[in-house]
Design a protein around this ligand. Sequence first.
Ligand code: GZL
Length: 329
Amino acid sequence: MRVSKTLIAVGLGAAIAATSFAQAADKVTIGFSQIGAESEWRTANTNDVKAAAEALGIDLKFSDAQQKQENQIKAIRTFIAQKVDLIGFVPIVETGWDNILREAKRAGIPVMIMDRDLKVSDDSLYVAKIGTDSVAEGRKQFAWMDEYITKIDRKPRNGGDKINVVILEGTVGASAAVGRSKGFNEALEASPNKDRYNILASQTGDFTRAKGKEVMESFLKSYGNDIDVLISQNDDMALGAIQAIEAAGLKPAQDIIIIGADAVKGMFQAMIDGKANATIECNPLQGKLFFETALKIINGGQPDQKVVYVDEGVFSAEDAAEVFPTRKY
Ligand code: GZL
């Protein structure tokens, strides 16, 4: 059978294209902009991102923004210039991303979000998000506190009629902080026990241990023996606050009930040591799902869902010792 030259040319072309595509697929390059290294959680997230990319044979261009949005924007612009196959980033704050993401879209480079949320005028500026549900985490912090106060029939330490609560908030403008505050406040307002509580103070500790300690010192100076509960929007700030509470001669987890978020190993140790009461898990191990989704997108596919939240649990001092050996971060 005579095979026309055209068919042969098409066949050869397809073969070359397939080979180059396969080679191209083998050499997938992804630019990733990480916030920084502000907490145990972030370090675990970074380690997981790098390990997952390596396991999938991805050429990862990793940038640490040192806690500055402008550094993330610069990194994304560099990735565009390098013509990477896909850009991933953790938005340090919710807003201010439209322009740089429009540049990526114009360059035909898909963008994926990890961990935190962002607010953009056009949702098509990113293809998918793999992350954590900070509103649910905030709701869980209230629920655990309310259930515990009821269970131990805790009376206000100052002899008054309100359980006094102080809150260490995360980074100003970060969805993890905004979401946890939203979830906590919604749950408080909806609770039949809402009149039991008085929020004495709520201030950012920027998700760091040092700042958490500093702000807790100021809370103790202002409200000392009035404080019954500390709600900390991450475990690192809670661990700093525990140092301040002990320095003030008070017993963490007893005089002041302490509820964190993240479920990092340092907090499990604090719970085992009797210095913290509970922590709401926020799972940083998102890398495998993130890069598998990225490869699907690079190869012309679509993500199963635009937003996927990773599974998260709640852990208390009662189960800390049993669970601790199973923890991966
Ligand atoms: C939550 C994540 C937060 C952690 C902090 O999804 O973005 O940032 O709760 C981390 O520990 O710094």
